[in-house]
Design a protein around this ligand. Structure first.
Ligand code: BGC
Length: 869
């Protein structure tokens, strides 16, 4: 978080050091905290601390006040120099204990609106008497809301308060409104939608999953010049009305009737005139103890894409094309006459004939509709929904549409882009682009499987598989921490982890076959509970998340232990190697047996958890789980290997996970790796793996010395392969290898997303192995960087930068000719690196001002090598 607003504790501070000089290590630091930007008064000063820590540094100040802006600055001593003070960054507090949330929820919905998903307005007035120095609006909703004050929208945050396990964990947002409040009469209010809270959601298409009434709860904190504070709450005097959003749901889209607009609905009424459209609000009470400040990771419009073309399909349909599959909305600007209607159906692909294809959206209507109230020009986009689309089918439009009428608004959570990766191969570059866009499309407050069909759920497996890739592409610490809190909140008392988080399917066993045996605890899916916190620790040095999730992680390991039999774990419905191509015709379940995939993940998560116990200094537990891991591994080997050292399951995936999870006895390793290449050759060099095997295929090959085979697999471009999709025109990553087959036919519309990030997990291999930028688990957050670039003629050049929490890490290579390659790496200040160069190439240092090494570790700076074949 860069400038958190609504934070309830003193944030941990991280900083970066830049220098033109090489070999810079930090000797000490000093942090100051102030309530003034110019630091004229200091509320806390660390003094000079001898330490090389620069990330996740704890500020020992415990007197925070609620609704207050604080400034932080840092100075370091490094490489024998003293820096200037850094620029000031600020954070704004939310409710700091013991201040309680006191505002009730207010709703303009009537009893008869329970089964209706429409928009409403609510508003209330307050008086300001004197000069206000700081003013903050605190708000949350049952449903979705957009806050307003004195006639203006006060924030560009979308889809607030986001989707959480609402009845256990609800987020509030804080908005600075110092420049919006005025002396005298003020009006504060919100437009409210139903969203995830009460609209139709989930596999069973149930509505009112968390409640049947949408409402908002708001507080204004006024900090006057004389220091006194006034709190204003939404209350019984608030009034409400129907908004022009006459229908809005996540899956089905939004309908807007401009005739229902109320001009200036959120400004003080001069004469206390309230017309018949307004009514008294209902008050709802709710448990305030489940509220937490969100502080960061908000959803916003993070991109605008102009329409690229208008298409007339063979069937005569008019279609607008944005050239990129995404999640978001379409903004329409055009003129029309009273009664004219704009109606657009959003969808992601055309069929083989070039006509509109919506079957794979299943029941999602994904339609936006606007009715003009009067003649004139409008600019409109929906407020409380999003769609997964590249195209819009224009079903109704005032006059002839042209591309200037349409702009796509790209919606996703705020995340700093941290990865850039380009090579000499344009298809691989497009693959990287598709992975990034798969992520943008599915990191919309929760990590979803897909953004388009009637699903869009926080499937744990998809998130787990993709999480490491995601953490190279963008800074996802805040995003995943938020979601992990819900994972914990929704775990079963026994520690079982739901298939989807937030668990909208809680308690359901019918209505959809995926829930037939209960809605939780599948291997590779539920393991998100351990693997994602571990990834955040590795990538961001985030030890806090390990503390926070400790009980959740242990609960999950205990669950597996409890339900395993003699260390073989399997449980109810498992997804196994989901949608692998070695499945029986038409089946979703790959050929690798569940006993094997489940036990492999049981071992993997247990091993990680034992390491986590060690990091947190929990020795007894560490010993316990190390022993447990030993037993599982032993049993895995005894059960799934023949005496001759073959795996009982002759699938690619069985070999991949046995190798990658280190479950192969040393003396069998070579044989198993060779067998994996044979299984690959049997398919003509193609993968037939699903969700479990695919993410680690290239890693398992590379780690076993089969680098050539790993590159060949990545670079395959006929069916099925990553680059096949690219060649078929994909702009995001597909759910199925055979989503669109070479003959133009498609996999069953029942489950055929063209925007599923799971197989984008190959991104991890690109950054971690091809560029070779890897973490050292003893120095997380890239304190010590393991450089293992797989320099290879497969790419005549690559250029990769990862913006780590400590600074930019770069790896580049370029073949000057078929025999000579130049390799450059860059290490940020206060980091060390260790470089392992590929064998088979003769390496020598090209240029290196001075020898910047300590104990064979390279210090910060830029290094170059020449390699000769
Ligand atoms: C989702 C997948 C998910 C799976 C579970 C599907 O409907 O789209 O991505 O992980 O169900 O098997």
């Amino acid at each position: 978080m860069k400038e958190p607003i609504g934070i309830e504790y003193v944030p941990h501070i991280s900083w970066q050091i830049t220098s033109d000089l090489p070999g810079i290590m930090q000797e000490s630091y000093r942090i100051q905290l102030s309530t003034y930007k110019d630091f004229s008064t200091i509320v806390w000063d660390s003094g000079r601390i001898e330490s090389d820590c620069q990330i996740q540094v704890c500020v020992g100040y415990d007197k925070l006040k609620s609704a207050m802006r604080y400034y932080v600055r840092v100075m370091v001593w490094a490489g024998g120099f003293m820096s200037d003070w850094s620029g000031a960054v600020s954070f704004v507090t939310g409710l700091v204990v013991p201040d309680q949330w006191s505002a009730p929820y207010v709703s303009a919905e009537r009893m008869e609106d329970h089964d209706v998903s429409k928009g409403t307005y609510v508003r209330g007035d307050f008086h300001v008497d004197g000069h206000v120095e700081q003013a903050y609006l605190f708000a949350t909703a049952l449903g979705l809301y957009i806050p307003y004050m004195n006639g203006q929208r006060v924030s560009d945050i979308e889809m607030a308060p986001g989707w959480t396990s609402y009845n256990r964990n609800r987020l509030y947002q804080v908005y600075e409104v110092t420049d919006v409040v005025q002396e005298g009469k003020n009006t504060v209010g919100a437009m409210i939608g139903c969203g995830w809270y009460k609209g139709v959601m989930g596999l069973t298409k149930a509505r009112n999953n968390y409640g049947d009434t949408s409402a908002v709860s708001m507080e204004v904190w006024l900090r006057y010049a004389d220091g006194h504070i006034e709190r204003v709450y939404s209350d019984k005097d608030w009034i409400g009305a129907d908004a022009p959003i006459v229908f809005s749901e996540i899956y089905d889209g939004e309908t807007y009737d401009a005739a229902m607009e109320i001009d200036n609905w959120c400004i003080p009424f001069n004469d206390n005139r309230v017309d018949g459209r307004w009514r008294t609000c209902r008050l709802l009470s709710s448990d305030a103890s489940i509220l937490h400040g969100q502080a960061g990771g908000f959803v916003r419009v993070n991109g605008r894409i102009p329409a690229s073309q208008l298409i007339r399909t063979p069937k005569g349909e008019t279609v607008v094309d944005f050239g990129q599959n995404m999640a978001g909305r379409i903004e329409v600007s055009c003129s029309g006459r009273a009664g004219d209607v704009i109606e657009i159906r959003c969808f992601e692909t055309l069929d083989a004939q070039g006509n509109v294809y919506v079957d794979n959206l299943r029941k999602a209507k994904t339609t936006m509709r606007y009715t003009f109230a009067k003649d004139g020009q409008i600019c409109w986009s929906p407020s409380f929904t999003f769609m997964g689309f590249r195209y819009g089918h224009i079903l109704s439009f005032p006059g002839e549409p042209s591309i200037e009428n349409f702009t796509a608004l790209v919606l996703h959570t705020d995340m700093e882009e941290t990865g850039s990766f380009s090579t000499s191969n344009p298809l691989v570059n497009q693959l990287h682009h598709n992975i990034v866009w798969g992520m943008k499309s599915n990191f919309l407050d929760v990590p979803t499987d897909c953004p388009q069909r009637d699903e869009r759920l926080g499937w744990t497996g998809d998130a787990q598989i993709f999480s490491r890739t995601a953490s190279y592409l963008m800074n996802v610490d805040t995003f995943f921490r938020k979601w992990l809190r819900d994972l914990e909140a929704d775990q079963t008392p026994e520690g079982g982890v739901p298939h989807v988080i937030p668990n909208i399917e809680e308690g359901r066993t019918d209505g959809n076959w995926l829930l037939s045996q209960g809605p939780h605890s599948a291997a590779a899916w539920a393991d998100a509970a351990v693997i994602i916190p571990w990834n955040l620790y590795l990538m961001y040095g985030d030890t806090q998340v390990l503390y926070k999730q400790f009980a959740s992680m242990e609960g999950w390991i205990r669950f597996m232990e409890h339900h395993s039999e003699d260390y073989i774990w399997n449980y109810k419905l498992q997804f196994g190697d989901w949608v692998a191509l070695d499945a029986k015709e038409g089946s979703y379940f790959g050929a690798t047996p569940n006993d094997l995939t489940c036990t492999a993940y049981f071992a993997y998560s247990t091993e990680l958890f034992a390491k986590i116990c060690h990091i947190l200094g929990k020795e007894e537990k560490e010993n316990y789980y190390r022993r447990l891991y030993g037993h599982i591994k032993e049993k895995f080997i005894a059960t799934f290997f023949t005496k001759e050292g073959q795996l009982t399951a002759q699938t690619q995936t069985a070999h991949i996970i046995a190798l990658h999870f280190n479950l192969v006895p040393e003396h069998f390793r070579e044989g198993i790796a060779n067998r994996l290449t044979e299984l690959l050759a049997k398919e003509n060099g193609h993968l037939v793996t699903g969700f479990v095997g695919t993410p680690y295929f290239c890693q398992a090959l590379g780690e076993s010395g089969k680098v050539r085979e790993a590159y060949e697999l990545l670079l395959k471009d006929d069916f099925p392969s990553w680059l096949y999709q690219v060649k078929m025109g994909a702009t995001t990553v597909w759910e199925h290898w055979d989503g669109l087959k070479p003959d133009g036919t498609m996999w069953s519309a029942e489950m055929n997303s063209f925007n599923h990030y799971a197989y984008g997990a190959i991104g991890e291999w690109l950054y971690r192995s091809v560029a070779g930028i890897d973490t050292d688990e003893n120095h997380p957050g890239f304190g010590h960087i393991l450089f293992r670039p797989l320099v290879n003629p497969a790419f005549s050049e690559i250029d990769c930068t990862y913006k780590s929490i400590r600074g930019d890490i770069t790896v580049q290579w370029k073949w000057a000719d078929t025999k000579t390659v130049f390799l450059t790496i860059q290490i940020p200040c206060n980091c060390t690196g260790e470089v392992k160069l590929p064998a088979g190439i003769g390496w020598e240092k090209a240029e290196n001002g001075q020898d910047m090494t300590v104990e064979k570790r390279l210090l910060s700076g830029r290094y170059r090598w020449i390699g000769r074949l």
